[in-house]
Each structure stands twice: as structure tokens, then as C-alpha cells.
Unconditional design. Structure first.
Length: 115
């Protein structure tokens, strides 16, 4: 169960980074004006329909994966019991440390006091 959760976290991170990258590479709506003046030759790398369909479909798939993995991770963490925070119960720790230290409240004898 723990390995599944850790693998899912890594896949979640990779999908999130790929989704960010795909959104950042996409052209805006105003970029089509530049293509009419001779800048449209670069779109032939992704096929005759251009990069719009490929990038839009990839972004939609990555966004769907992102949300599905988010729901799975949320479900996994909701089933876990709440573990106590280390700083929540400092009184018990202090009492256990005090019991380990020997009691030094005795007064020294008159023979032990230096002159």
C-alpha cells in the first residue's frame, strides 16, 4: 500500500509538470494572426491540421489524469489514521526525560565544601 502511494505521488508530480509544460507551449488565440503573414510553416511538424489538435488533446488527457490521480490520492489519505504530532504532547516527553536524570537535590556535606 505504501509503495502504491509513493509511486502515485511520483506519477502525479510528472503529470503536473507535463501539464504545466503543455499549457505554456500552446499558442494563444492572437497567435493565429501571425500565421496569416507567413509564420504558419512551423505547424507542419505536427501534421496537416497543425499543432492545435495534438496539443489540445494532450493537455486534455494530462488534465484528466491530474484530476483522477488527485481524487485517488485524496481517497488514500482520507483512510489513514491521524498520527500524533511530535510537538503536540511535549509534557509526556518532558516527564520521561526528568525521570532519567538522577535526583541532585541533596546538600553537600561539610567535608566536601572547599575552603
Amino acid at each position: 500500500m505504501t509503495y502504491f502511494y509513493e509511486i502515485l505521488i511520483v506519477v502525479y508530480l510528472v503529470v503536473a509538470l507535463m501539464l504545466i509544460g503543455m499549457v505554456l507551449i500552446q499558442q494563444g488565440k492572437g497567435a493565429d494572426m501571425g500565421a496569416s503573414f507567413g509564420g504558419g510553416g512551423s505547424n507542419t511538424v505536427f501534421g496537416s491540421s497543425g499543432s492545435g489538435n495534438f496539443m489540445t488533446r494532450t493537455t486534455a488527457i494530462l488534465a484528466t489524469l491530474f484530476f483522477v490521480i488527485s481524487l485517488i490520492l485524496g481517497n488514500q489519505t482520507a483512510d489513514k489514521d491521524q498520527s500524533l504530532d511530535e510537538f503536540e504532547n511535549l509534557g509526556a516527553i518532558e516527564q520521561s526525560v526528568d525521570s532519567d536524570i538522577p535526583n541532585q537535590e541533596t546538600t553537600p556535606d561539610s567535608n566536601e565544601i572547599p575552603n
